[in-house]
Design a protein around this ligand. Sequence first.
Ligand SMILES: [Zn+2]
Length: 357
Amino acid sequence: MLPKPILQNFRFTTYRIIFCVSEVFKYKKWAVKSIFIFLLLISTPFLAYNSSNTWGFWAHQRINRLAVFSLPPEMLVFFKKHLDYLTENAVNPDKRRYAVVGEAPRHYIDVEAYGDSAFYKLPLYWNEAVKKFGEDTLALNGTVPWTIQQYKSQLTEAFRQRNPRRILRVAADLGHYIADANVPLHTTRNYNGQLTGQEGIHAFWETRLPELYAEEYDMFLGSAEYEQKTALRAWQAVRQANAALDSVLRFEKNASLQMKPELKYALEDRNGVVIKTYSREFAKKYHQMLDRQVERQMRASVKMVSDFWFTCWVDAGQPDLGPLASFEWDKVEKEQEEKEKQNWFQRLFKVRSENDN
Ligand SMILES: [Zn+2]
């Protein structure tokens, strides 16, 4: 039996492939080796259009970056100075997703796991949810709306402590989880269309479409607003994303029926590597059918991130961030952060040490 964290993390093909490769070398018995080789073979065809499993890295970074510009001047003095940090680190939760135990469920919630009227059954707050369903069930089905609430409290506390390191780290992470909650395919077990014969739809919706059409998106958003009911807002985001799920799946099916199968995919060159991806013609058809849905969800993410950052600051008593503006990460801290990221990567590959044979 595989350990539970691995089972929970075992959701996406790219990582299945990495996992299988490492397991093939690990086991001496050929019977066990062949199981992993078989899994590897059946996963490989999906690699090309399954390279990402949440808003693409670009979209996550864009969402955190744009959210900064909606903040009031009292916050901008600090946030704008650290714009690059907030942008680059918008993807940390995805990077550590397969290496840190307990990270994976924070990015999604499988709403249908709770049956009909799930939104009425699911408690607003974590403690009540644990009482009702137990922690194991919640972890298995994803926890994103509660994770947002937890990070909201942490960011408020970081502002109270006027701790610039903590503010930046938690703000970057909170932005990530909020953006995930706004992705329809993060609210279902059918997260990659694998239950409906639509494998690859996840990266199609959140990476391929923004890649082709983001320049047309209107991302001008007004000032951040105070959110009195943050728990409710987190759930509203999930509910709205989940309401859009039907169109995400149905329109892809309809577009597929209207196009010859050989025209649905194309080979494209990415940094010298030829990959199989959805064709531009097919993407255009799907984009038109969705009628700016990706843009709407991306706008909702940016608005919610800036509203939450602002609300945390207000709830902390609007601390003066001016004195923090001169904060710089020192060399040792930067090296430590880099080491931590490398550590996630190594744990992902589970590299064996030389004397571990
Ligand atoms: Zn994520």
